[in-house]
Design a binder for this molecule. Sequence first.
Ligand code: XMP
Length: 317
Amino acid sequence: LWDLEGWIDMMTKQIKETVGQDKVICGLSGGVDSTVAAVLTHKAIGDNLECIFVDNGLLRMNEAQEVLKVYEDLHLKVHAVDAREEFLSALKGVTDPERKRKIIGEIFIRVFEKKANEIGGAKWLLQGTVYPDVIESGKKGKDAAVIKSHHNVGGLPEEMDLKVLEPLRDLFKDEVRRIGAMLDVPEVILKRHPFPGPGLAVRCLGEITPERLDTLRKADKIFLEEIRKEGLYDEIWQAFCVLLPVKTVGVMGDVRTYAEIVGLRAVSSQDGMTADWVKLPMELLDRVSRRICNEVPGANRVVYDVTSKPPSTIEWE
Ligand code: XMP
């Protein structure tokens, strides 16, 4: 449909003309959109683009290190901020999903702003907004009912008085992926399942503690490992674990256990707006369940989510 090579040339020229010698900052999340936006802009203006990566303590296992390594290989200028403490202490005792999202959004802005001020001199904020984000945020403006607060579009520092640069705003996700591939963005980023901004906070139902996050991360790693081994990762829109704040009784050897439940979620989808639960092979579910109960402290029961969207959402919070 599109001449994507031509689009890349056209857009890098346009970025150059638009920002000139100005400094541009951007937040990198490890996701496809922000990464492709950054690589494209870096192609246009080099190190006048400075990127900020915030570790909020809510990422998957080893994710921060993996993603930072990719950015290094892509020669992006990245400032990594370790804000784990700040996020986790603000979330202490919070169980309401919308409050979790709100707190995370606010702290992200604060941390981002602080770093941006340290870097200094930026005139532009680069965002990885894609066409579906534009549509969805427009819809939200009109319909008063917000199902979940997303803080991707227009959620960044208004007070910072930066002009917004959104080179991907006319593109669909698959076009962004194809452009990313042409710009040598590796498959680990391009094929990575979507991950919500509030991260594991909305998958760790109930209170967020370092111990519960640890349980969730270990279970999630096992689930994804087994899905990859089976060759199913690329067919699935999203697969992940949730940790439920419900304890049930179990038995390990001849000892009674009383621990929390891990929920497995795997869905297929075109755009995340609707989704079907995936009929994973029983043997795979069996392996995952056994491994989680044997290898992950804090969990003694595994359940599989067999609901589609609607009526459920993909995430549990
Ligand atoms: P739901 O749970 O609403 O999710 O069916 C639809 C898609 O959006 C992702 N999601 C988010 N992405 N910030 C994001 O960047 C968020 O706050 C957020 N909440 C949900 C979700 O993972 C799924 O792909």
